[in-house]
Design a protein around this ligand. Structure first.
Ligand code: E4P
Length: 217
């Protein structure tokens, strides 16, 4: 499973990309609004740091508008994935963009049937929002598992990106059900690296080493 960061914060992207295993970035209008920046400028800044898919979301809600915005975004950088909401207008836009060879990420997916429709339209990625389903007492991870199962039934190449991840267990569960990608806020990514037994074990190794340091040639 690939790790993506779900943020438009450049300091966080620089910090965590330096660990070497971030393979893409997802943004959305809310994340861009949090940074208060020009979206094109920020996407291009991100592209200098991360060499992988960078999702940039259209604002238009009609197909023509989505196509206009999507084509313009795709021309910014070869790694831009045009993020399109899961609506009937969005499906039409994905169909055209995909025929033009422009990669897409269909966002705000909350059911398996939506995921299949996005795949049939030619989506490169589908993003089930598992945390938002958990928030309303539905099982978000079950949806991710269902989509993966169904895509395998039909040998569908569209990748499943587990989105709206809220805690480290969501990441582990995403791996268990076979998600292709998980996108997560930087603070979740940070939490994944540590374990108290790793820290304790390392402290013991270092203090034991002190005792034999003088014998080293
Ligand atoms: C994914 O692409 C979305 O930007 C994101 O995961 C949404 O997460 P949220 O539900 O925490 O806002």
């Amino acid at each position: 499973m690939q790790f993506f960061l779900d943020t438009a914060n450049i300091d966080a992207i620089k910090k965590y990309a330096s660990w070497g295993i971030i393979e893409g970035i997802t943004t959305n209008p809310s994340l861009i609004a949090k940074e208060g920046v020009d979206v094109k400028t920020r996407i291009l800044e991100i592209a200098k740091i991360v060499d992988g898919p960078i999702s940039s979301e259209v604002i238009a809600t009609d197909t023509e508008g989505m196509l206009r915005e999507g084509r313009a975004m795709a021309a910014w950088h070869e790694n831009v994935y045009v993020k399109v909401p899961m609506t009937s207008e969005g499906l039409k836009a994905v169909k055209v963009l995909s025929a033009e060879g422009i990669p897409t990420n269909v966002t705000l997916v909350f059911s398996a049937s939506q995921a299949m429709m996005a795949a049939r339209a030619g989506a490169t990625l589908v993003s089930p929002f598992l945390g938002r389903l958990d928030d309303i007492s539905e099982d978000g991870m079950a949806l991710v598992a269902d989509i993966i199962h169904i895509f395998r039934n039909y040998n569908i190449q569209t990748k499943v990106l587990a989105a709206s991840i809220r805690h480290p267990l969501h990441v582990v569960q995403s791996m268990k059900v076979g998600a292709d990608i998980a996108t997560m806020p930087p603070e979740i990514f940070e939490k994944l690296v540590s374990h108290p037994l790793t820290d304790k074990g390392l402290a013991t190794f270092l203090s034991d080493w002190e005792k034999v340091k003088k014998f080293q040639k």
